[in-house]
Write a protein that binds this ligand. Structure first.
Ligand code: G6P
Length: 489
């Protein structure tokens, strides 16, 4: 369905991310079933009507045979998705290795892997080679689908090498790169053996975006201190060429959550949950089971709270939804056992024959169940040790118009910059402080809860995902025009 002559012009947007917004399950030699997963990015772009978006990325499955690849490509085309096929070895070295064992922990201030340093250093080289190779494979697919005038928007730490690969194909391509994680202090980035190459490649983009001003500032100072380039208020300058660097805080499609709460099945679910937990305050955590989310620390704080406040022991329940993620990476496997051990201990200590203080689930919930859960929650606990933005905090706020519950939020989540005035901010490393904040949240007078909620609700409904995407792409278009003007002077 190409834009016909009578239709208004819509710029084509190629969204490139490691993971396509679908989950693909093979049903037969040449048949696939696809499920669209509406993460932040997908719902952001669904709402943006002036672009015709296409997705390029990995479908998350290994498809070694040509028949399977052809069938999947065809099925994905109907969803405007274009696959990049990565074999098992590349996935192991690039995705599990370089992306999730090196860049992810480093960007969240957890450092480079320290066990068996020599082995890490040796495999580092091959993992970085696989990272570059994978990025080149993404670039090949983008290049094959690119048409003049398209905007190419690259996402996240998986694809830092992509802007340079794309510009090598075509210097005129409009390329934006956006990081969904924190960008750490330059002192942290300095420890990365491939520090130069990654910064250089990102700078090949026309516009580089981050969730917060601090991340953008850290990136600029990494470029000045590590590469010796000049930082300006607009970005980074290298021999007269400027790369624009700025903050674009993402949001959610808040209407989608607000509308869902009115559906009969969600109302029914809300009623059931209220009955199930009547007489108890509901506290909620929703996190991928990832070390950056600080789940063990959160559980220890809850344990301390129960220890010190016997009154609350049978009057509060913590529902912790821990969505399994990256389960092939050993660090994530260790975390799962650690969390299970703490949950078991706390339920053993404070549970009774009829009730336990923690309901811990290793699974994801469907959208409607999640909305119902957000709506019945009294206190949400978002205590990430570091987090690029954290949209769970936004989703919770969007579902709280009736209840006006309290958000306890880590000061190390990007969301603290926008919801800080409404939330109870905590240092998640300080168990005593988090335990005290749980008490503060549970005891907060209605008037104060309402005031805080209003502040947050206003922010979440005003600064939506659609607005985020529109702003980034229009700034990218402008940056390219300005660069052309500068170079023609
Ligand atoms: C974070 C990253 C995303 C990633 C998501 C899920 O939010 O910023 O790029 O897609 O985690 O992780 P996964 O490894 O399953 O794609």
């Amino acid at each position: 369905e190409e834009a016909g002559a009578a239709r208004p012009f819509r710029q084509r947007l190629l969204v490139v991310a490691n993971r396509l917004p679908v989950s693909a399950v093979r049903r037969g030699e040449d048949s696939w079933s696809l499920d669209i997963s509406a993460g932040g990015l997908v719902s952001a772009l669904l709402g943006v009507k002036q672009f015709e978006a296409r997705w390029i990325g990995w479908a998350g499955v290994n498809v070694p045979d040509e028949i399977g690849q052809k069938a999947l490509t065809k099925a994905l085309a109907e969803k405007r998705c274009i696959p990049v096929f990565l074999d098992e070895e590349i996935v192991h070295q690039y995705y599990n290795g370089y992306c999730n064992n090196i860049l992810w922990p480093l960007f969240h201030y957890l450092g480079l892997p320290q066990e068996d340093r020599l082995a890490t250093t040796r495999s580092f080289q091959s993992q970085f080679a696989a990272y570059k190779k994978a990025n080149q494979m993404f670039a090949d697919v983008v290049n094959a689908h690119y048409e003049e005038g398209d905007v190419v928007w690259c996402h996240d730490y998986h694809l830092m090498y992509l802007p340079e690969c794309l510009k090598k194909y075509n210097t005129k391509m409009k390329v934006g790169w956006f990081l969904h994680t924190p960008f750490p202090s330059s002192e942290i980035h300095r420890t990365l053996p491939s520090r130069y190459e990654l910064l250089r490649s990102v700078l090949a983009a026309d516009l580089v975006g981050f969730h917060t001003y601090d991340y953008a500032r850290h990136f600029v100072s990494a470029c000045t201190r590590i590469l010796g380039l000049e930082g300006t208020p607009e970005g980074v300058e290298d021999q007269g060429k400027l790369t624009r660097v700025a903050a674009f805080p993402i949001g959610i499609d808040s209407d989608r959550f607000i509308r869902a709460l009115e559906l009969p099945q969600v109302q029914e679910h809300i009623k059931e949950l209220k009955e199930r937990f009547s007489g108890r305050k509901v506290m909620l955590g929703v996190d991928r089971l990832d070390m950056i989310k600080g789940i063990p620390q959160k559980l220890l704080a809850f344990e301390k709270f129960l220890e010190e406040n016997p009154y609350w022991r049978d009057k509060v329940v913590l529902l912790q939804i821990a969505v399994p993620t990256r389960t092939d990476v050993p660090e994530y496997q260790k975390l799962t056992s650690q969390v299970h051990e703490i949950v078991g201990r706390i339920n053993g200590r404070f549970g009774t024959l009829t009730a336990v203080p923690i309901h811990h689930l290793d699974c994801s919930l469907d959208f409607h169940a999640l909305c119902a859960l957000y709506a019945v929650t009294d206190v949400a606990l978002v205590t990430s040790l570091r987090d690029g933005m954290n949209l769970v905090s936004y989703e919770f706020v969007a579902c709280q118009e009736a209840k006006k519950g309290v958000l306890v939020l880590s000061e190390f989540a990007g969301a603290a910059q926008s919801l800080g005035a409404g939330a109870v901010l905590v240092n998640p490393w300080n168990i005593t402080e988090v335990a005290a904040s749980i008490g503060q949240a549970l005891n907060m007078p209605a008037e104060e809860r309402e005031k805080r909620h209003c502040h947050n609700f206003h922010h979440v409904t005003e600064h939506t995902a659609q607005e985020w995407a529109e702003t980034f792409v229009s700034e990218l278009n402008d940056s390219v025009v300005e660069a052309q003007l500068r170079s023609s002077k």
